[in-house]
Design a protein around this ligand. Structure first.
Ligand code: NAD
Length: 336
């Protein structure tokens, strides 16, 4: 197939080019995001390949359909950036990578908890400045802490397995409890019970209308004083303004995030010579007890190779049969 790949960085080009030796698609790489304004770049291509911060809304899909694009494949598990109803209305197939390496995100999540909990990021900077003072670097141990995991699908289940060696009490909430991890975790009946009991709360559910601003003024009030919040799923699970109020009052003791609700204007690019215009994000960076990374939890060599392989296979399946095993449809989602 002739495929236009959007939002591609050096590491995407490397992994897709290397994986494509087996598939033989004709790939073109564009660094720009796919939005309604950039769809013209897809002229002459059968399919487009996108990533998490592309904006494939109704207008973009109508334009892609006019250009004859038949398939949109995202190099991610999440697909909230695509208007599925519009894609179906224009008979465009949407495909994703349902699982590449849950270990990548899970291990990164544990890394964020250990880094922020033990202040390793601050120690790194001090030592580089020949400052070996320990004042202010007191950390927390995971042993005997209660860790709450919201969402126990592929990644959340791995997080529970990875955390199970620390001697913590592990709690979980999911609409559909996962029998694989039942021996390691106590499932609670409601999100409120998870929020009330957890010392550390880590989020691993997709962004849906139900999980949008899951962490808000009301739910923060239910949490323990000094709660440690971790979000490596999607930024809009947190109401960032409410979280900032929680940090200012001390209700939230630690915040580690790899995702931010309006990250598409910031992440995946070098803005070091520019003035950041997002005051909410800028405020987040001023807290000593906040650790922010730029949506990198997925970024391992193994995950990139696996993402490339599944994405290219999605295009091959579609080219051969008009079907795709990793297709996302409204019917599939409502059946979840
Ligand atoms: P998954 O589909 O395997 O699991 C998601 C789980 O969330 C499921 O068990 C589901 O039942 C549960 N869930 C959905 N809605 C819920 C609700 N309202 N209440 C309680 N539970 C609910 O997905 P996954 O592979 O584990 O990925 C989880 C999320 O992580 C993805 O949706 C994606 O947004 C994010 N992610 C982030 C990165 C990153 O680099 N930071 C990488 C991959 C995935």
């Amino acid at each position: 197939m002739k495929i236009a790949c959007f939002s591609t960085k050096r590491y995407d080009i490397d992994s897709l080019t290397s994986g494509n030796t087996r598939f033989g698609h004709e790939l073109a790489f564009f660094e720009t995001r796919l939005t309604a304004e950039t769809t013209a770049l897809a002229a002459g291509f059968d399919g487009v390949c996108i990533f998490v911060n592309d904006d494939v809304d109704q207008a973009a899909i109508a334009l892609l359909a006019q250009l004859g694009v038949k398939i949109i494949a995202t190099r991610s598990a999440g697909y909230n950036q695509i208007d599925l109803a519009a894609a179906e209305a224009h008979s465009i197939t949407v495909a994703r990578v349902p699982a590449y390496s849950p270990n990548a995100v899970s291990e990164f999540t544990v890394g964020l908890i250990l880094t922020l909990g033990r202040q390793i990021h601050r120690a790194y900077n001090r030592v580089r400045d020949n400052n070996f003072e320990l004042e202010g670097l007191e950390g927390l141990e995971l042993n005997q802490k209660t860790i709450g995991v919201f969402g126990t699908g592929r990644i959340g289940a791995k997080v529970i397995k990875n955390l199970s060696g620390f001697g913590s009490t592990l709690l979980a909430y999911d609409l559909y409890p996962n029998p694989d991890i039942a021996p390691l975790v106590e499932y609670v009946a409601t999100p409120a019970e998870l929020f009330t009991r957890a010392d550390i709360l880590t989020l691993h559910s997709p962004l849906t209308p139900k999980t949008y601003h899951l962490v808000n003024t009301e739910t923060i009030a239910q949490m323990k004083d000094g709660v440690f919040l971790v979000n490596t799923s999607r930024g809009a699970l947190l109401d960032t303004a409410a979280v900032i109020e929680g940090l200012k009052s001390g209700k939230i003791g630690y915040l580690a995030i790899d995702v931010y609700e309006v990250e598409s204007d910031l992440f995946f690019r070098d803005l070091s010579n520019q003035v950041v215009q997002d005051d909410v994000f800028a405020r987040l960076l001023t807290f000593p007890n906040v650790l922010v990374t730029g949506h990198q939890a997925f970024l391992t060599h193994r995950a990139l190779a696996s993402i490339a392989e599944t994405t290219l296979q999605n295009f091959t399946d579609f080219a051969q049969s008009g079907q795709c095993r990793n297709a996302v449809t409204l019917a599939k989602i409502s059946g979840n």
